[in-house]
Each structure stands twice: as structure tokens, then as C-alpha cells.
Design a protein. Sequence first.
Length: 407
Amino acid sequence: MAQATGAAVAKQEPFSWEGTDKTGKKVKGQMLAPGEAFVRQMLRRQGINVVKVSKPGLFSRGQKITEKDIALFTRQLATMLKAGVPLLQAFDISARSHANAALQRLLGDIKTDVETGSSMSTAFRKYPQYFDGLYCNLVNAGEQAGILDTVLDRIASYKEKMLAIKGKIKSALFYPAIVLTVAFIITAGIMIFVIPTFKDLYGASGQDLPALTMLVMGISDAFVEYWYIIFGVIGITIFLILRAWKRSPALRRKMDAWILKVPVFGPLIEKATVSRWARTFSSMFSAGVPMVEALESVAGASGNSVFMEATLKIKNEVSTGSSLAVCLQTAGVFPNMLIQMVSIGEESGALDSMLTKVADYYEREVDEAVAGISSLMEPFIMVILGVLIGGIVIAMYLPIFKMGSVV
């Protein structure tokens, strides 16, 4: 009996296996187990003839745990708890249903902690890179209130909506960035490999060249001679900006404030931030988390330094007895609609419901803004590419047109 208990709490690791089933068909998969012998024993019980068992390598596929993985796990756990599946068994089922070895190992470690008497929120707090303060606080509130399945369902819905918004923002921002980056690379290729051919041709003719042609050739000479410096400076500059943005709160705040003022994209970021702010606050408040504690988690989840600082200031004012709506008004960064809905929610005692409606409204606004930006950016990018490539072509063929007019 003691041996069985020891095996149950033993350290589990992911194993990949290959074999054949009873019909001779090749099968393979992954399993979380305390050792290779255990894997072979379990597979034999399932009627599988084991050919190979191995541990996934360090750089094997599926080693990274993403936000989507955590959202899917949360949804599965909430569904199984609602169906009456015991918590430890739910962890086992969730781990085995994922092909991601790192996630299997993570869930196995959490299950071990819970099995040895730790609360689930405490077990989650050991992995802040996957379960942030908001997640852990909500789980803790659900455990204390005895509504863990309901809270997990809310967390899953919250994470799914946040992932959807992030995906829309990324699609709106990355599409023009990728197209313009490709355009720059193609232009650099033309400057380095194509323009020098025209330069040799026109140099042999000895004719005077138009100013536009001379300008393009000068740029081409710079690319040919200093291309490694140009690309190096661009790469190093981007790296240093990203590194400074991560390490310098002052720079991050300036960048976040500047992003909110950028035409077209600024309003989109603001709407997405307000939606995230309202959705997070609604989830925390509806789970029974005290307002001051909820505001602290909301500040960290806002995703923008301007809103984070404003929320922390509001938290301090609310803790002294001030009205939330009044604090939002004095902060000066929140839209009037949010302030009015919060005021109504405070007066009616339905703050969480009002915040949910605000989040839904701004999520629809984000959808419309993304659709508008997508339709706007396509012709805008075409114009930029047309002017860029067309300008180079015209510059290179102007001398030919000039020679034709002389003849």
C-alpha cells in the first residue's frame, strides 16, 4: 500500500512512444509517467506492442506552453468539474489529452502539489509565467466560495476573449508591418543587384543623367558599399528599442502614451485596452474578489502603462472610500461611456453586469475598427509600393526616354 502511494506521488515526466496495436497498425503518442518501465507496462495493458519509448528532446516540438494551451486547459478543467469528475482525475485527463510534453509535465507537477494537500491556487502561484495574479486570485476566490467550476468557466471565457482580441490586434498591426518589411527587402535587392547594371550602361554612354536617376544611383551606391552597415544598424536599433522597452518602465510609459496618440491605430489600441480592463474587472468582481484587490489585478492585466498607472491611482483612492466612478472621471484616461456605466452599476448594485456590457461593446468596436483598418491599409500599402517601385523604374528609364526624344 505504501509502495502504491509512493508511486502515485512520484515525479512524472513526459515520454514519447511508438508501437503497433492488435491489428498491426502503427501507433504513437505521448504519456506522462514516473519512468519508462511504467509506460511500457501501461501500453502492454492496452494491447500495444511497444517498439520504442523515449523522452522528448530539449528542442522537440511542443516544449513551449502558450496562452492558448492554458486557456484550453482551463476550459477542459471547468467542463470536467461541472460534470462531477474528481479534481485529480480531471488533471490526469487534461494532461493526457495534450500532445504538448511541457504542459503535461506542468499539469503533473500541479497535480502532485494538490495531491499532497496544497490548494490549487497555491499550486498555480508556483508558476507565475503561466498563471498570473489574476488567474490565481480568481481560483482562490472560487475555492473559498465553493464555486471553483463556475470561476474556472469564467476564467476560460475571459482568456478566450482576450486571445481573440489579441489575435485581431496582431492581424491589424502585423499585416502592414510585414508587407512594408518585404517591400524594403525587395527594394534593397533592386538597389544592390539591379541598379548597378543600369549605372554601367549609362556610364558607357557618357550622357548627362536626370537628377532623379542620379539620386537613385547614389542610394544604390550606398547600399552596395555599406549594405551590412545599413542592415546591421536597423537590426541593432530594433533590438535596443525592444530591450529598452522591456527593461525601462519610463520608456515603456512614453511608448504606450505615444501609441495611444497614433492616428488610426491609437484608437484601436485604446478600445482593446478598455475592453480588457472592463472584462478583467467584471471577472474579478463577479467572483467575489474585493474591489481594491480586484483593481490591483486589473492594473497588471490592462496591458498599457498609462491605464496601469491610472488604475493603481484609482485603487488608492477607492481604498479611502471614494466612489469608483468619480475616481475614473478624475483619472482622465477612461472614456465617458465606461464612467457612466460604472456609475449606474454602483447605484444599482450591478457593477459586474455593467462592466460586462462595456466589455462586449468595446469588443464589437475593436472588430469594426480592425475591419476598417484592413480595408484602409490595403490601398494605402498599394500606393506606397506603387510609388516606391514605380519611382525606381521611372528613374532608371528616364535617360532612355531622353535619348529617344533626342533621336
